[in-house]
Design a protein around this ligand. Sequence first.
Ligand code: PEP
Length: 248
Amino acid sequence: MTTTEPRARLVLGNWKMHGTLAENAALLDALRTADAAAHCQFGVCVPFPYLAQTQQLLEGSTVAWGAQDVSKHEKGAYTGEVSAPMLKEFGCRWALVGHSERRTLHGETDQLVADKAAAALASGLTPVVCVGESLDEREGGNTLGVIQRQLAPVLALGADALGRMVLAYEPVWAIGTGRTATPEQAQEVHGAIRVALQGLGVDHVQVLYGGSVKAANAATLFAMPDIDGALVGGASLVAEEFLRIAAA
Ligand code: PEP
């Protein structure tokens, strides 16, 4: 299902736990000078310690930046956590929440993910809420049920909150595996997410696809009516490849 107003395209990189000061400087410089934002909204989500460097190097450019996680707490005795107000101080526009690596390796629940999204919104950040099924869940015919379950507490935040978020469909079996969902498989899920959003009267939320997106497959994914861009892991670490995805 499509909307009458075209939604802006967004291509967002997720560096995961990669980078050094020297590598980041070269990558950010290449992104900044290429003006990828001429094609679409464009940004990178970097590890917390590199936010200051990223802010320094990207400030004033058309490339925006964000973090890969955020605490549900605003402040307090939460050792190791990083709050949304802290991210805001470093100029972040986005915070990823509920990435599958956080859900599976760090036990993040659907409710915690929604709480983190709410905390991000409260500080003026845009949460990028990630959902996606495992291979077992897909093969068991459970894909849409899993997405519905993961989204339920996020949808419960209401239309106003949803209108200020980005969603990302990232099938776990496609993340970092080189195995991408076909455009049709992705569209089926994106279409279902769009219907759920429209059921709440929310029509303009960007829904990104993530999972082994590369320059070679980006254009066919982006041709689908409910795919509004990409969350890109591995390929976002290579400037030329990442820029070609943005150009697609
Ligand atoms: C991700 O980490 O969100 C991701 C989609 O990774 P990759 O592009 O490497 O599959």
